[in-house]
Design a protein around this ligand. Structure first.
Ligand SMILES: NC(=O)c1ccc[n+]([C@@H]2O[C@H](COP(=O)([O-])OP(=O)(O)OC[C@H]3O[C@@H](n4cnc5c(N)ncnc54)[C@H](OP(=O)(O)O)[C@@H]3O)[C@@H](O)[C@H]2O)c1
Length: 289
């Protein structure tokens, strides 16, 4: 249940990837809680959906839309310092920007794997590093990073995505310990599958994946058909509510897993012997060669 404006009034939140999906919904929810939201996006021409949602929620005046591509590493520190100068502080950073490269690991080129890491890992590291000096000065702040159930459990056919999210989980867990004495709260959000643009507009396939001479061509086609059948319907508003709750919590946990599918998968992975788990997954996802 969404909360109304409370102790968050006057706080400043910066969200990456606010043009769609979880980033957009979280930006609106944080504004509904009373925060001023610096809603960043790589292409501000795509601000329309966010502004419509913010207007409908009556919080458009608390939205400050700015351009930020999380892979523009040289520009990121300047953007954060300008936000801190204009708004006097940054209380919450929501590292949300991300996308998924699909394809069997054998077919993924090194450049494609690197591209995945540039956004999902190095991009989120760069924004966090830009926020840290500001939050250190304040001796306060919340850094929330959206990983995935794929950051806890290996997922077939998205090994690049899974690897980038595992890396982010490890880096963030270490950071949590370093930041605890500084008053900076570091949090991981681990969603299962929710209906957003990541499944279609923002999904990318490795260049070799669709080539008929790929050794994985037949099973890639089969897998893709399965994925299309299972494009998630779950409403990502649930994730946005959890994010806003964690951003308002003075003592948040390190990890928040969300989504029935994620919780079932986590239970299967941790309770079943690996051999059984593997057999179930391979059959269920039609991975046989
Ligand atoms: N939906 C799910 O099922 C799910 C599950 C687990 C984790 N997640 C994670 O949730 C986060 C948000 O994804 P979503 O599901 O909301 O998907 P989405 O609707 O596709 O949103 C992704 C956002 O990231 C932005 N983005 C991509 N590359 C960027 C870059 N280089 N710089 C700045 N922004 C960039 C996109 O901008 P454009 O509009 O310009 O493309 C978009 O705003 C991601 O980290 C994703 O891995 C999603």
């Amino acid at each position: 249940m969404a909360k109304s404006m409370g102790t968050s009034a006057g706080k400043i939140a910066l969200v990456t990837g606010a043009s769609s999906g979880i980033g957009l919904l979280s930006a609106v929810e944080l504004a509904r809680r009373g925060m001023t939201v610096v809603a960043t996006m790589r292409n501000p021409e795509r601000r329309g959906r966010l502004e419509d949602a913010a207007r409908a929620a009556g919080v458009l005046e608390r939205m400050d839309v700015r351009q930020l591509d999380v892979t523009d590493f040289d520009a990121i520190p300047g953007v954060f310092e300008k936000v801190a100068a204009d708004h006097k502080r940054i209380d919450v950073l929501l590292n949300n920007a991300g996308f998924a490269v699909g394809g069997f690991a054998e077919d993924i080129q090194m450049s494609e794997l690197r591209h995945q890491f540039e956004t999902n890992f190095f991009g989120n590291v760069a924004t966090t590093k830009a926020a840290l000096p500001i939050m250190r000065r304040q001796r306060a702040g919340h850094i929330l990073t959206v990983t995935s159930i794929g950051g806890r459990i290996g997922q077939p056919v998205v090994s690049s995505y899974t690897a980038s999210k595992f890396a982010l989980e490890g880096w963030t867990e270490s950071l949590r310990l370093e930041c605890a004495p500084l008053g900076i709260k570091v949090v991981l959000i681990e969603p299962g599958a929710f209906a957003t643009d990541i499944w279609e507009r923002n999904s990318e396939l490795g260049a070799n994946v669709t080539q008929a001479d790929s050794p994985n061509y037949a099973r890639a086609q089969r897998f893709q058909k399965e994925v299309i059948k299972q494009i998630p319907q779950a409403d990502a508003t649930e994730v946005a509510t959890l994010i806003a709750d964690a951003a308002e919590d003075p003592n948040p946990r390190l990890r928040y897993m969300i989504g029935k599918d994620a919780k079932i998968q986590w239970a299967m992975r941790t309770i079943l012997p690996w051999k059984w788990y593997e057999r179930i997954l391979v059959n269920y996802l039609k991975l046989r060669d």
